[in-house]
Design a binder for this molecule. Structure first.
Ligand code: EPZ
Length: 419
């Protein structure tokens, strides 16, 4: 098991390339189960979560080939039962349910267990499958979906926290091969949902309205193979923007999509950072002064919950009182206790964090608890006095491709050591 050692105080400068999106690649790889023909997916990031998905597809009988960032999947003959041992490692495995139900009219997947960031049921996914005519059985820790045929229906996927990203993906993937028209209301509008829809359309699916609250799917008899390049990872890009805001002078992100980051660049400009963008590049300039912020996380196009922890790390040393309210995963504050160990002054009131900016943080041994919390600890370490030792970094490798090397290429001083 590795740990990361961050020597604080370095100034970041230069440019960095953004990888393909984890949260887009995972459902797109699952969607390859919808056809017997080969699918070629490029810009697939090298992450442990991707590795789990490829292992899962192989276990289901797919031929899987990988050559650096390009993955070829051929799902000629497939099984419909996913082994617990893989599913327990990655919640996103749940998004094979839709494609298996759509193509084979049955699927068995172990029910995702507890998650450190909060309660994450899949009741809305299952409600969507039932509306399409499937029977849903939850038994012995497994969820089994079964249908003699699937029929288009009008389904509202709104959750009490807004919409559901993987729920929208799952129901969309089941509906593309259903008889008739499906209307999804309360759909998630995330760019990753649009990317999945674009891939499905290349496979021959009939989908309109992806990226809006209402998606209309006209079922087709079968789908064919296709080629697709995954969109850039907006959360990785956001994490680098905050790294630069905290410890940078001038940093340019290459191969990103500025349009996907408006809900983050807006607040950063409000806080006093200078941000310019053109085509697939964003440049951020920081002069060390920042203003406090008041933010709340919301489904896209609102401020992303997956950037909340990193923003806490920036606001921890921003003079004044900042307030963040977490609406999507109200308990998602595992990083706060660790930031306080580094000297941050943060008070939690229910799902709201009141952050009183301090002049500096001090390096300390800290524990990563989940993917985005671990990114926040790296950002805190960059600006801290002394050395920060982050344990359990396997969390960060789930969602960031070589984050230490990329930050070192900008001038950071980070080591990865085996323990
Ligand atoms: C996706 O998870 C992302 N994961 C998460 O990113 C991200 O935090 C989340 O969307 C929100 O943006 C992937 O794309 C692989 P949701 P997902 O269903 O789809 C409630 C990261 O760091 N809900 O949109 O699982 C749920 O509890 C990860 O990369 C129900 O109540 O999230 C939550 O409060 C972490 N019932 C809210 O909706 C349901 O059936 C939004 O969850 C489904 C969801």
């Amino acid at each position: 098991m590795d740990k990361i050692i961050v020597h604080g105080g370095a100034t970041l400068n230069g440019s960095v390339r953004i990888s393909g999106s984890k949260n887009s690649a995972l459902p797109i790889l699952a969607a390859t189960l919808l056809t017997k023909e080969p699918c070629i997916i490029s810009r697939v990031p090298d992450l442990s979560d991707i590795h789990y998905m490829l292992t899962l597809l192989s276990e289901l009988g797919c031929e899987v080939e990988r050559a650096s960032g390009t993955v070829t999947v051929k799902a000629e003959k497939i099984l419909t039962e996913a082994p617990y041992d893989i599913v327990r490692k990655m919640r996103a495995s749940v998004c094979i349910l839709g494609p298996l139900l759509g193509r084979e009219k049955k699927a068995t997947v172990s029910l995702p267990g507890g998650c450190i960031i909060g309660d994450r049921p899949i009741d809305i996914h299952l409600k969507g499958f039932e509306a399409l005519g499937a029977a849903v059985l939850v038994q012995a820790g497994n969820v089994k979906v079964l249908a003699s045929e699937l029929r288009g229906a009008t389904i509202n996927l709104r959750s009490k926290f807004g919409s559901t990203v993987l729920g929208t993906d799952n129901v969309m993937m089941a509906a593309v091969l259903a008889e008739g028209t499906t209307v999804i209301d309360g759909a998630a509008e995330e760019p990753e949902v649009v990317d999945l829809a674009n891939f499905l359309i290349k496979m021959g699916a009939k989908i309109e309205g992806a990226g809006t609250r209402r998606i209309i799917i006209e079922g087709v008899k079968e789908l064919h193979g296709a080629e697709h390049a995954v969109i850039p990872d907006r959360i990785e890009a956001g994490t680098f923007l905050i790294a630069a805001a905290i410890s940078g002078k001038e940093v340019t992100l290459k191969r990103t999509d500025p349009a996907h980051l408006k809900s983050l660049t807006g607040p950063l400009i409000q806080a006093g950072l200078s941000i310019t963008s053109r085509r697939d590049e964003i440049t951020i300039r920081a002069d060390g002064t920042r203003r406090p912020l008041e933010l709340e996380t919301m489904p896209y196009p609102g401020f992303p919950t997956d950037m909340q922890a990193q923003m806490c790390a920036m606001l921890a040393t921003t003079a004044g009182i900042s307030v963040i309210t977490e609406n999507v995963f109200p308990q998602r504050y595992m990083h706060v206790a660790e930031l306080k160990r580094m000297g941050a002054n943060i008070e939690l009131q229910g799902s709201t964090a009141i952050i009183n900016g301090v002049a500096k943080l001090s390096g300390a041994p800290v524990m990563a608890s989940d993917l985005r919390a671990s990114a926040a600890l790296v950002l805190a370490g960059l600006q801290a006095e002394g050395t920060t030792e982050i344990n359990r970094v396997y969390h960060i490798d789930r969602g960031y491709e070589s984050i230490d090397e990329k930050l070192n290429s900008l001038g950071a001083n980070i080591e990865r050591v085996k323990v």
